[in-house]
Ligand binder design. Structure first.
Ligand code: ZN
Ligand code: ZN
Ligand code: ZN
Length: 98
């Protein structure tokens, strides 16, 4: 890719496992935006949400790449390299919630 990120080969383009942040749904809590782990399909809430489950998921699992699940957004982020991908690299069809 030449963009400095060596983790894109781990991206599996998984389908989202849940329709909202997995942990917030369990807690009955609310989120601001949703982020999809591109390694395992975990759905977590963004850093603007009070629980920040997407970032917590990275710290727990070391899954480096996430992608925005917000409608109309097509960008991703590598937590390790702190690189943004926009648009998100193609290679499979988008697996948005729609
Ligand atoms: Zn990376
Ligand atoms: Zn959450
Ligand atoms: Zn994951």
């Amino acid at each position: 890719m030449g963009n400095g990120c060596s983790h894109l080969n781990q991206v599996a383009f998984p389908a989202p496992k849940t329709k909202g942040c997995e942990e917030c749904l369990k807690m009955g809590d609310l989120w601001v935006h949703l982020r999809l782990c591109e390694i395992c399909g975990h759905v977590g809430c963004c850093d603007s949400s009070k629980n920040r489950h997407a970032t917590k998921h990275f710290h727990k699992t070391k899954h480096p790449i996430m992608r925005s699940l917000e409608p109309g957004e097509d960008w991703g982020w590598c937590y390790v390299d702190e690189i943004m991908f926009e648009p998100f690299p193609a290679g499979a069809k988008s697996n948005s919630l729609a």
